[in-house]
Design a protein around this ligand. Structure first.
Ligand SMILES: [Zn+2]
Length: 217
């Protein structure tokens, strides 16, 4: 096998963006025969990738194969080839999680083996008994833990994390205020299914901004 000399350069969110952009090209190919329209879509995809991903010349060559795709099988094969270049989510263990939620007396830990770290932008799990949803994400190279309650009754709406239309529920986080005994609460609609949500995150900066906003004092 050929030796991989290019280091992993795609974040999980970058990879999701490429999946999304590939779908745009495939959609154009199945809905029109107009060569100019298809060319325009390929052009838009190229612009989107260039804008969102800062790639070296070698990395670009790998990614830009997607622009020439003519069918689904070919597109999937290229995406598969790009997988080794994805930087997975930081490895975490049960003790990492316990350390992040030190104050949680009855922290219910998730089954970490159930997560594919190559596919998650943030790590989230639910405790159905307490309606808590725990989230872990990386910020400036460090892991950060966020705890909130998730209201069970879901509606169709826009998720504040992935910005997609899906089954969402109200997620409420409370942060201790500067003055003892005071709290600031934030409530936002987010996807009920965090795994599906993860698959649709294409811009990690926006996701980080969201979590920063809801953890502000
Ligand atoms: Zn979502």
């Amino acid at each position: 096998m050929e030796k991989q000399t290019i280091q992993p350069f795609l974040t999980v969110a970058n990879y999701h963006l490429l999946e999304q952009q590939l779908s745009k090209i495939l959609h154009a190919l199945t809905t029109t025969k107009d060569k100019n329209v298809i060319l325009a879509v390929r052009g838009l995809v190229d612009t989107e990738i260039t804008l969102k991903l800062a790639l070296s010349a070698e990395e670009s060559m790998l990614v830009e194969q997607l622009l020439t795709v003519t069918d689904r099988a070919q597109g999937d094969a290229i995406l598969e080839q790009l997988k080794p270049y994805v930087i997975p989510f930081k490895p975490v263990t049960a003790s990492t999680l316990k350390a992040l939620f030190k104050k949680e007396k009855k922290l219910k830990l998730p089954n970490l083996e159930g997560f594919n770290f190559q596919q998650i932008c943030y790590l989230a799990w639910d405790d159905p008994g307490t309606h808590r949803k725990y989230v872990i994400l990386e910020q400036n190279g460090e892991l950060k833990g966020i705890k909130g309650t998730f209201a069970n009754n879901t509606i169709r709406g826009i998720c504040a994390i992935c910005n997609r239309h899906s089954d969402v529920g109200l997620y409420t986080t409370s942060i201790k205020g500067q003055i003892v005994g005071t709290f600031t609460s934030h409530s936002n609609y987010i996807c009920a299914d965090s795994q599906t949500c993860n698959e649709h995150v294409t811009d990690m900066d926006r996701t980080r901004e969201f979590f920063q906003r809801i953890t502000k004092k």
